[in-house]
Design a binder for this molecule. Structure first.
Ligand code: 13P
Length: 252
């Protein structure tokens, strides 16, 4: 059975003490995770280890990095490698977020290289895809997502695909307050699962968790998470407020 996941992508937000307070508040709420459910915090790099330390003894809670470099090591000032993340116990890494594509020119080919590097270090990539508003308005959202999947994940082996997490994040929904409707999300998630099946077979496609991201909040999470192919969420703004994040976790 595939995992249900709620992941909080903090992006470049929160000071150190706010970050710790947020994690403590979530943990001290005594939230009981249903079986087969994971909660992932994706703080900025400098906080990974301290958040990780707080999570010890809380099964089902994990950390993710928000990015990694495609090379193993070397003269890449300011960058962080997957093996460095692995060495401090990071289990997941978000790759190909639309903000990285938009502001840092990240391409599908780069996402593919980063994901392979992460997998080689034993880190599970959370690979993001999703169409822009223009593309949605033109009705070509499946074409764009198909191209992203093909170019970033198409060369994976079935074993590599089996440990992926995919996040569908329509760009027009990120930070806008305007979420995809449940039918829109379900349609795209089913499309992504179908692509996984065509590439890697039915068993793998049924095992990969596909998360929805883009203005996911307590008011819409229950409806979105009830869709058969939506296995949870990648949450931005609402993951910065403990009460909202908890409500989303409890939406399952
Ligand atoms: P918001 O939830 O703030 O729209 O952000 C979504 C996102 O980008 C998560 O990665």
């Amino acid at each position: 059975m595939r995992k249900k996941i709620v992941a909080g992508n903090w992006k470049m937000n929160l000071g150190f003490s706010q970050a710790n307070a947020l994690v403590h508040e979530v943990l001290h709420s005594q939230v009981v995770l249903p079986e087969n459910t994971l909660v992932i915090f994706a703080p900025p790099f400098p906080y990974l280890q301290s958040v990780q330390a707080v999570l010890i003894g809380h099964p089902g809670f994990h950390i993710a990095a928000q990015n990694c470099h495609e090379q193993e090591s070397g003269a890449y000032t300011g960058e962080v490698s997957a093996s460095m993340l692995q060495s401090i116990g990071v289990g997941y890494v978000i790759l190909g977020h639309s903000e990285r594509r938009q502001y840092f020119g990240e391409t599908n080919a780069q996402v593919a290289r980063k994901a392979r590097r992460a997998l080689a270090s034993g880190i599970r990539p959370i690979c993001c895809c999703g169409e822009t508003l223009e593309i949605r308005q033109a009705g070509r959202q499946q074409d764009q997502v198909h191209q992203q999947l093909e170019e970033s994940l198409g060369e994976f082996t079935p074993d590599q695909a089996a440990v992926l997490v995919i996040a569908y994040e329509p760009v027009w929904a990120i930070g806008t307050g305007l979420n995809a409707s449940a039918p829109q999300a379900q349609e795209m998630h089913a499309f992504i699962r179908q692509w996984l099946q065509s590439r890697f077979g039915r068993e793998i496609s049924e095992g990969v968790s596909i998360l929805y991201g883009g203005s996911c909040k307590p008011s819409n999470a229950p409806e979105l998470f009830a869709c058969p192919d939506v296995d949870g969420g990648l949450i931005g703004g609402a993951s910065l407020v403990a009460g909202d994040f908890l409500k989303i976790i409890r939406s399952f």
